[in-house]
Design a binder for this molecule. Structure first.
Ligand SMILES: Nc1nc2c(ncn2[C@@H]2O[C@H](COP(=O)(O)OP(=O)(O)OP(=O)(O)O)[C@@H](O)[C@H]2O)c(=O)[nH]1
Ligand SMILES: [Mg+2]
Length: 310
């Protein structure tokens, strides 16, 4: 299956609720009346898909305006363009690490992976490591979730399966020290990418945020420009709840990006429009399945196409 078809397949649930009928309805607009029932139906679909009240209003306004003044295909193009622009936040990347970057010479690309428990951090790390490995880069993993023994085992299992080096300590060890050692090891072995797992749950949320701040501070002992990436993993099935999560994490550690997981099982992926257009944080990766290959750099145009087209 081509990449675009895999993404489409992954977005099936969101598509069903969101746009399939809408597109057909609008296509047939000669035959139907775009009356208040139609717009109310569309509004409730967008809300069920967790697009959020303000963005729903905005999208409906754009649609109403376009359809009033333009023929079907130019109206549809305008709607697509608007959706893409809501999702598109330009950021720097370099070819070698696309869609991330590393302009700090002498250091690996350091990626801190954060998120509440169960959102898919560890699976994301495996997919990302495999993605970079396939690009010909060397990767090291850091088992920074020292809170649970199972977390260390799970990451070790992935390291074995992908034949990657891993830095780990026993349960209860200082996770900032694990992160520091991972970067040390990457530098001494001349490794391109260091990916650091973190806990999703501690005794309480403020402890978790303090822990993440401490990990970042200790990483900065290597260089104040590290880590280049602090990626928040958001579970697409959480819908609008993800927005509050994002605010809490970015207040604590000033995120550089988010990744959206489990798009294949969610019909609430509409919230991602708020992550970009309201919070201004770029989405850099999406995952849409449990296989190692089910990861793609996020491309707003591709995503909107997959959402809107058959
Ligand atoms: N269908 C589907 N399942 C996924 C995806 N990503 C992760 N999962 C599943 O989600 C579950 C949780 O994933 P983990 O990677 O363990 O999540 P985590 O954030 O590391 O969890 P904790 O370490 O407990 O905080 C696992 O069963 C994964 O297989 C995805 O894109 N699609
Ligand atoms: Mg985990």
């Amino acid at each position: 299956m081509s990449i675009i078809n895999r993404i489409k397949e992954g977005l099936k649930k969101t598509k069903e609720i969101l746009f399939t009928d809408v597109r057909d309805l609008i296509k047939k607009r000669e035959a139907i009346v775009l009356d208040s029932n139609f717009w109310e139906d569309l509004e409730s679909r967008l809300l069920v898909a967790d697009v959020g009240v303000n963005i729903t209003k905005h999208i409906i306004n754009v649609m109403q305006k376009s359809l009033k003044t333009k023929d079907y295909s130019s109206a549809w193009q305008e709607i697509e363009k608007e959706l893409v622009s809501l999702l598109d936040i330009p950021y720097y990347w370099d070819e070698k690490y696309f869609p991330l970057r590393n302009e700090i010479s002498g250091y690996p690309l350091v990626i801190m992976v954060v998120g509440v428990n169960g959102t898919g951090k560890t699976s994301f790390i495996a997919k990302l490591a495999n993605y970079y490995k396939n690009k010909g880069l060397s990767v090291i993993l850091g088992a920074g979730d020292t809170y649970r023994a199972a977390a260390i085992e799970q990451l070790s299992h992935w390291a074995d399966r992908l034949s990657l080096p891993i830095v780990k300590q026993n349960i209860g060890a200082d996770s900032a020290a694990v992160a520091y050692d991972t970067i040390n090891s990457a530098i001494s072995k001349n490794i391109d990418v260091a990916i650091i797992d973190t806990a999703g749950r501690l005794h309480n949320k403020s402890n978790l945020m303090k822990e993440l701040q401490k990990i970042e501070k200790v990483i900065k002992k290597h260089s104040p420009d590290l880590p280049q990436e602090k990626i928040l993993i958001l579970d697409a099935t959480y819908g609008q709840n993800s927005i509050q999560q994002t605010k809490v994490f970015t207040d604590a550690i000033n995120l550089t990006s988010v990744a959206i997981t489990k798009l294949d099982t969610s019909f609430k992926a509409g919230f991602i429009f708020s992550i970009t257009s309201t919070l201004g944080i770029p989405i850099k990766f999406i995952t849409f399945g449990e296989n190692l290959e089910d990861i793609q750099p996020f491309n707003p145009k591709e995503f909107v196409n997959a959402l809107l087209q058959d």
